[in-house]
Design a binder for this molecule. Structure first.
Ligand SMILES: *Cc1c(COP(=O)(O)O)cnc(C)c1O
Length: 453
């Protein structure tokens, strides 16, 4: 229930709050860094306004350099599943750092983290640790090509797998479109081996394999897409991908960088698997498993992973791979992901999503909320979103007004209409209440010029 004490207690960013220091910092940043940011979405281009420079964070709260406090619904795009500066992760990191930062030799934390991941996700026999989700998918792709001796890869429009050359292609409608690169600097020779298909469309996959079946190394898919907003696979899709790839001697890669250890203790696989026709061949992980530090992984059956150097001919390496501090953070985070944590994520997500639905409905704003476990996103359009084209038909202007009204009231959503709203187990009743209090005005802001744009 709304209580005025919650509002007055939190020093949330109100309309009178200052963003002077953030504004000065982004100005300075622009002179030394392209766009002033080290990852494009942080620049607020889609929503307008001043990106907030965060000075510190605790639990569900962010504090910016001007002293404004926000409920964090980005959670570093997923990793902060336990909340910021969780005591057990902080002490694991402090202890590890006290023993040295990086050795360039094997160290024990790597074994412990790899074991924790292998134990949680049943089809995994081995994992290799890397430093980012991009590295994980890039390496899985190379492994698939090396193991099959084939070069083409199938991906789905709207699925993001990091900024790997071959996977940046997402355009293309119709059946088996040979994609044009989405990014400048990606040569046709890279993207030309990528077949982009519409998501949730088994017939398109069948057709692509009918034409190119013996040239396709793998199909890579987000286990349950979260990078076009949350668009879960329709029942039977994963099994169909398994059946088709197996029939043609291609591999199936399930990208769980976002869903891994978030949707459930064993990721999306834990919710949807095991599959009658068998598990995906390779999995990729990142985000949660690094606990906020650069750690990611890819893995699968031992026979397949055996193609990697030093056992096999597929080269893959990293100076900081398995970094002792990052692996300590990841391990402490995964150990902290108890059944109670998943139950709390569920409660928090449903409280916020239900209230968003109520307030957007009351304000007459067309919207759809979609789920993958406790991961959800709000699309500013009516009707189920099954494909990237559906997702792109949102009213992004309405989202921008909504985003800025939330930000002004002290709630920091991801600055894009195509993202999940990330919650943590540290989102306590105060934090949830602050979100609920901000929703009515934000919903009204979203509705303001609806239909007149
Ligand atoms: C975030 C993400 C990646 C890329 O991970 P980075 O650590 O940003 O390189 C890859 N795949 C999916 C599904 C992701 O959500």
């Amino acid at each position: 229930m709304a209580s005025s004490s919650t509002t007055s207690r939190s020093t949330s960013a109100g309309s009178s709050s200052s963003t002077a220091r953030s504004a000065a910092l982004i100005e300075r940043a622009r002179s030394v860094t392209p766009g002033g940011v080290n990852s494009p979405v942080r620049a607020f281009r889609a929503v307008g306004g001043t990106p907030r420079f965060i000075a510190s964070a605790e639990g569900p709260w962010l504090t910016d350099v001007d002293g404004n406090r926000y409920v964090d619904l980005i959670c570093s795009w997923g990793p902060m599943i336990l909340g910021h500066r969780h005591p057990s992760v902080l002490s694991a990191v402090t202890e590890a750092a006290g023993k040295g930062f990086s050795f360039g030799t094997p160290s024990e934390n790597e074994v412990a983290l790899a074991s924790e991941i292998v134990d949680r996700v049943e089809p995994l026999e081995q994992v290799r640790l890397v430093s980012s989700g991009t590295e994980a998918t890039m390496s899985a792709l190379r492994l698939a090509r090396g193991a099959t001796g084939r070069s083409k890869v199938v991906k789905f429009a709207g699925c993001y797998h990091g900024h790997v050359d071959a996977l940046l292609a997402s355009a293309g409608s119709g059946l088996a479109t040979f994609a044009l690169p989405d990014s400048a600097g990606v040569p046709d020779s890279s993207a030309g081996e990528t077949i982009v298909l519409p998501y949730n469309d088994v017939a398109a996959v069948e057709a692509a394999f009918a034409e190119h079946g013996d040239e396709i190394a793998c199909v890579i898919t987000e286990a349950s897409p979260g990078n076009m907003g949350v668009v879960p696979p329709e029942p039977g899709l994963t099994e169909a991908l398994r059946r088709i790839t197996r029939a043609h001697g291609a591999l199936l890669i399930s990208d769980e960088v976002m869903t891994g250890f978030r949707c459930s203790a064993s990721g999306w696989y834990g919710l949807e698997g095991p599959y009658d026709g068998g598990a995906p061949d390779l999995f990729t992980f990142g985000k949660v498993m690094g606990g906020g530090f650069p750690a990611a992984a890819f893995g699968g059956r031992a026979d397949l992973m055996g193609h990697l150097a030093p056992d096999g001919p597929v080269y893959q390496a990293g100076t900081l791979s398995g970094n002792p501090v990052a692996t300590a953070a990841g391990l402490a985070t995964l150990k902290g992901c108890t059944p109670e944590v998943y139950a709390r994520l569920d409660t928090v997500a449903h409280s916020i999503a239900d209230a968003a639905h109520t307030e957007l409905s009351a304000a007459g704003v067309p919207h759809t909320i979609q789920w993958a476990g406790s991961m959800f996103s709000v699309f500013f359009r009516e009707g189920a979103v099954r494909t990237y084209d559906d997702a792109k038909s949102q009213d992004t202007a309405a989202f921008s007004r909504f985003f800025n009204a939330m930000l002004d009231q002290g709630v920091h959503l991801p600055p894009s209409a195509y993202e999940a709203w990330f919650v943590s187990a540290s989102h306590n009743d105060d934090a949830v209440e602050a979100v609920l209090q901000a929703l009515p005005a934000a919903a009204r802001a979203a509705s303001e010029t609806h239909g007149s744009l």
